[in-house]
Design a protein around this ligand. Sequence first.
Ligand code: HEC
Length: 187
Amino acid sequence: MKYSTLLFSSLVLSLSLNAQNDTKETSVKIGENVSAALIQKLGGQLKEQMTKNGPLAALGFCNASAQILTTEISNTTNYKVKRVTLLERNPQNRANAQESAILSAWQEKLKEAQPLPSYEIHSQGNMDHYYQPLIINNEACLKCHGNIDSQSELGRAIKAAYPNDHAMGYKMGDLRGMIVVDIPVER
Ligand code: HEC
């Protein structure tokens, strides 16, 4: 290869690598913003329900509105967003194989007392997948995801709405699941 060709191709290479870095940075920003919007919407309304009306009413709110509000965020931002987990309450939120592998790796990290990344990006064809861990970081989460007496009013209401619930028995600091944002990219 002639020197000038070599120079040219390394220039092209570095330009395209830069373009890829830009894309990745953009995807991270989008992922962070969409996740923040979802957390604000769901978390804000959940908190309001919990303080105003108590856990039983808040359960009804989650049951009726969590999926609708998540779809609303997808529609207003134009990026598909969802919450997924290894131990689901709503079967619609069960992680697929690829998502399960990431959650399991994070779970291993927690077991070894290693910090979790604040996000991960996985690129696949013309799609960047943004993953953000959701930790049980508030005692309020345990009201509906901790150890709940199955005979209590709340325990029975959970069982009635979600007969195959797997989302109990968590403690503070546990990995509850993650937010996934799908970001189409041009490469
Ligand atoms: C008032 C009860 C209640 C509280 C409090 C609550 N959740 Fe949930 N959570 C639910 C219900 C009900 C669902 C299922 C919603 C649905 O049908 O999509 C759910 C689903 C989830 C999911 C989706 C995965 C799944 O299992 O279906 C995540 C993630 C989650 N909760 C995290 C949290 C975190 C983190 C907190 C604390 C900030 C929290 N929850 C507090 C009731 C609650």
